[in-house]
Design a protein around this ligand. Structure first.
Ligand code: PLP
Length: 405
């Protein structure tokens, strides 16, 4: 299918909700850190499939094999029955995570919806009605369903969709005083990303994470960590909560979990999970055999192959490279990162131009607004690939800043 055919179908048959990146491309193949378009061009993907999903790179062989084997055996049975891949995956997640009980769904937003419902039910059972407020962070991103939209602390996503689901209060991220002022006896949960991802890679401070735990303990609220983006190795540890001396009551996962297959999970401690009774929550597809088999193979590969350590090391290397570029290109005012998440702030609104210049040189990066670049490569990126990407970024910055001079 060529780009004109694709465009015609898009114009006639699809919702106009996605802005395709500047140079329209049809991606037809992926392998490791690379994807290929229909014309045969190869791109270094520093975005993990565009949205931090393909953590093991594109088409990781153990996941491909698991999908093929499982598809030939059993694709789906509902949660009225047991299936082996789902059970094995539940056991494995329980082994590696401080939250041992899992509810499976299909996406990050759904995992957060499940956690929001759990917090409300947990509070109702333990404290009676009325204690229903959920405190989340300004700048956070939790999804685009109605409840997760309300949880998301960015008004640009709210406009046009009001009235929002009530019961969410947003506080400044990393501001302990604001948090303590917001959490009170009406609070049933504090929900946060350990590293604000979508809005630009801002890690929570240890002090703030500890304050979140303490505020929850003081008021009988659940601490929910949205690890949809940070979970399963992205930050250089298996879970981002491991950077902190804090134990959450619930954790949400998606993105890396399925290596590209749609699956999400809400994990909770026994004490929190007990709040849900049969019928309180469900999903037709959640944890289906095919997605669970892919996730099982993917999580095993993340655990087995030194993948998390690679994310830590190559992530540090990449960030060091970004810092060097900052010395060379004063337009970069700040570079920051943790593991395989990095961002660079720009003094001028040239993020689109830099991204386009990278694309012309066959490297995929992300931008946040007009003045920030973001990099979320696969956890298996090699140091040489990281350097190749940085060399292209160097050229792209040069091109974008010298433009018009
Ligand atoms: N939570 C976080 C931290 C995210 O980064 C995202 C997606 O970017 C979501 C939730 C929503 O996930 P999904 O797009 O799978 O619904």
């Amino acid at each position: 299918m060529n780009i004109d055919q694709t465009r015609a179908i898009e114009a006639q048959n699809m919702f106009a909700v996605y802005t395709k990146i500047h140079q329209p491309m049809v991606i037809v193949r992926g392998e490791g850190a690379y994807v290929w378009d229909a014309e045969g061009n190869r791109y270094l993907d520093l975005t993990s499939g565009g949205r931090a999903v393909t953590a093991l790179g594109h088409c990781p062989p153990p996941v491909v094999k698991a999908i093929c084997d499982q598809a030939a055996r059993l694709i789906h049975m509902s949660n009225d029955f047991y299936t082996e891949p789902q059970m094995e995956l539940a056991r494995l997640l329980g082994e590696i995570c401080v939250c041992k009980r899992v509810f499976f769904c299909n996406s990050g937003a759904e995992a957060n919806e499940a956690a929001i419902k759990l917090a409300r039910k947990h509070s109702r059972i333990n404290h009676g009605p009325g204690k229903t407020e959920i405190v989340t962070m300004l700048g956070s991103f939790h999804g685009r369903t109605m409840a997760t939209l309300a949880a998301t602390g960015q008004s640009k996503y709210h406009a046009d969709f009001e009235p929002l689901v009530p019961g969410f209060k947003h506080v400044e991220f990393n501001n302990v005083a604001a948090l303590n002022a917001a959490v009170d006896d009406r609070t049933c949960a504090v929900m946060l990303e350990p590293v604000l991802g979508e809005s630009g890679v801002y890690p929570a401070t240890k002090e703030f994470m500890t304050a979140c735990r303490k505020a929850c303990d003081r008021h009988g609220a659940l601490l929910i960590l949205d690890e949809v983006q940070t979970g399963l190795g992205r930050t250089g540890k298996l879970f981002a909560y491991q950077h902190y001396d804090v134990t959450p009551d619930a954790i949400t996962l998606a993105k890396a979990l399925g290596s590209g297959m749609p699956i999400g999970a809400m994990l909770a401690t026994d004490a929190a999970a007990r709040a849900f009774a049969p019928g309180d929550h469900a999903s037709s597809f959640g944890g289906g055999a095919l997605a669970a088999a892919a996730a099982l193979a993917g999580v095993r590969a993340i655990l087995d192959g030194g993948v998390v350590e690679n994310a830590r090391q190559v992530g540090e290397h990449f960030l060091a490279g970004l810092m060097k570029l900052r010395e060379k290109h004063p337009v970069i005012t700040q570079a920051r990162g943790l593991g395989m998440m990095a961002a660079a702030d720009l003094a001028e609104p040239i993020a689109g131009a830099v991204r386009a210049a990278c694309l012309r040189r066959k490297v995929l990066i992300q931008q946040v607004g007009d003045s920030m670049l973001r990099f979320i490569p696969a956890l298996i990126l090699t140091a040489a690939q990281a350097e190749g990407g940085l060399a292209v970024l160097d050229e792209a910055l040069h091109e974008a800043t010298s433009h018009g001079n």
